[in-house]
Design a protein around this ligand. Structure first.
Ligand SMILES: Cc1ncc(COP(=O)(O)O)c(C=O)c1O
Length: 473
């Protein structure tokens, strides 16, 4: 019989009840198994019978035991909530960047999103009608897992003409945003403990995805807009990483663009050390000093590069259209992962995007957008220049990577700014070791020109107040 060991020295009914509870939860008695009688417990413990009864009463109230008339106390089957305790806890990773984006902001400098007033929203209502006239049964069917063939054909042609990417439609997979592409790639190729190279700084949400997969992250520095290729080679040689996630064109957060020569050398290293290059490209159409060089993918003759291209930011974030370009055997593996993830991106979104993308409105839109963004960037830079703050001059993209003066504490600045609904991102989010403590990322693409002026004024006042406060402390 299951006996009680009273060496724990229970003296009160509460202690006894806690002791019995722990043993019931541990499974010392199965559901519906009889518990020791009151008399037996009293004898073994030397406690009064009333104390034992009170302890059982308390366990009964908690639903851990029940009484059978004239028979005694029995272990109750676990309640639903208790049974759920045995279901493994969800592995939900709360990304830091996502949490900051959810805060309300009067001056939105944290999200690298484009002001909806600058996007071609009004055309989509028109296309909606057209698309349903052309494909009346559109919503009555699934999309192909790989994506709409018409859209993939169009994109393959576009990549051939505009970016020197020689691709077939079969080498493209449509995804729901670049974020999903990163996720699929991590799902396929990262197992816990796998070494993965990332840039420093790098896109914060990619860090979060790789961490969630248990990757062992190793960082590659960027100096004066270039990689240290020797460092990359040493890392590849020493750690044999499965993949190197890079954002070489209008890099988030710095806006730099890796030169052609380095792109060519990188693909040689990747082939030599059999390391996949995951080239993330979300902003190559947002340039300020002329078109960027061809993507790394274009220089790769061995097939070690997987190219992610998103159109989400500057056409329609709501449609979530992006694609992955990959050679075999990678494409088959990606297709299997995409099929498990969602069975294919929504067909309506793909058709709407297709109709806009093949019109010449796209090119006019991009020309105007680049001008509007450049103006906003220059306004923000003007405010920073007046305050004497330094920043990296971006060649493209949507944000400024700013170094705040040494005396200014970024956590303090962030706290005060958020309290006044000015949102920004601390530099430490963009690094696996939370370096860049003196950096912040300020996006100039969402706030209007007036909002940028006002918000930056307020931000500078806040920083001066912090400075004064710090001097008196
Ligand atoms: C480098 C980088 N990759 C991926 C993404 C996610 O893009 P999408 O909106 O297409 O999911 C972003 C968005 O900020 C980004 O900056």
């Amino acid at each position: 019989m299951n006996t009680i060991n009273f060496h724990n020295g229970a003296r009160s009914f509460r202690q006894l009840s806690a002791y019995l509870e722990a043993r019931i939860r541990r499974g010392d008695w199965q559901a519906h198994e009889k518990l020791p009688s009151v008399r037996q417990l009293a004898q073994e413990s030397g406690l009064h019978r009333l104390t034992i009864l009170k302890a059982y009463q308390q366990l009964k109230e908690c639903g851990l035991v029940y009484v059978r008339h004239k028979s005694g106390y029995y272990a109750a089957p676990p309640a639903v909530s208790a049974r759920l305790d045995h279901v493994p806890a969800p592995v939900v990773f709360q990304g830091n960047m996502a949490a900051l984006h959810q805060l309300p902001a009067r001056y939105q400098f944290s999200q690298a999103l484009i002001d909806p007033n600058l996007l071609p929203n009004h055309y989509f209502a028109e296309y909606m009608k057209e698309v349903f006239d052309l494909y009346p049964k559109l919503l009555g069917t699934y999309a192909q897992v790989q994506g709409d063939p018409e859209l993939r054909e169009l994109l393959a042609g576009y990549f051939r003409r505009s970016a020197q990417l020689h691709l077939d439609a079969d080498e493209l997979l449509i995804t729901s945003g670049a974020q999903q592409a990163i996720h699929l790639i991590a799902d396929i190729w990262i197992r816990p403990g796998d070494p993965v190279l990332v840039e420093s700084p790098t896109y914060a949400n990619a860090i979060d995805v790789f961490r969630q997969k248990g990757a062992r992250l190793l960082s590659i520095g960027i100096q004066d807009g270039c990689y240290d290729l020797q460092e990359i080679e040493q890392m590849m040689q020493r750690y044999r990483p499965r993949l190197f996630y890079l954002n070489p064109t209008f890099h988030n957060p710095t806006g730099i663009c890796i030169p052609v020569e380095q792109r060519k050398q990188l693909v040689d290293l990747a082939a030599q050390y059999e390391c996949l290059l995951i080239e993330d490209d979300t902003c190559s159409d947002i340039y300020f000093d002329g078109k960027p060089p061809a993507p790394v993918f274009a220089y790769d003759t061995e097939g070690y590069t997987i190219h992610i291209r998103s159109f989400s930011k500057y056409i329609s974030p709501g449609l979530r259209i992006a694609c992955i370009a990959a050679r075999q055997p990678w494409m088959s593996q990606l297709l299997a992962a995409k099929s498990l993830a969602d069975g294919g991106s929504p067909l309506l979104n793909q058709k709407l995007f297709l109709h806009y993308f093949r019109s010449d409105r796209l090119h006019r839109h991009l020309d105007k957008l680049r001008i509007a963004l450049r103006i906003r960037m220059e306004i923000m830079q003007q405010e920073l220049d007046e305050a004497g703050w330094q920043y990296e001059q971006p060649q493209g993209g949507l944000s400024l990577w700013v170094r705040v003066p040494d005396h200014l504490s970024v956590p303090l600045l962030l706290r005060e700014c958020l309290a006044r609904q000015i949102s920004l991102l601390p530099g430490s989010l963009f690094d696996i070791r939370e370096r860049y403590e003196q950096h912040i990322r300020l996006s100039f693409s969402f706030a209007s020109e007036t909002q940028i002026r006002e918000g930056m004024h307020e931000l500078m006042i806040i920083s001066r107040d912090i400075n004064v406060q710090q001097r008196f402390e």
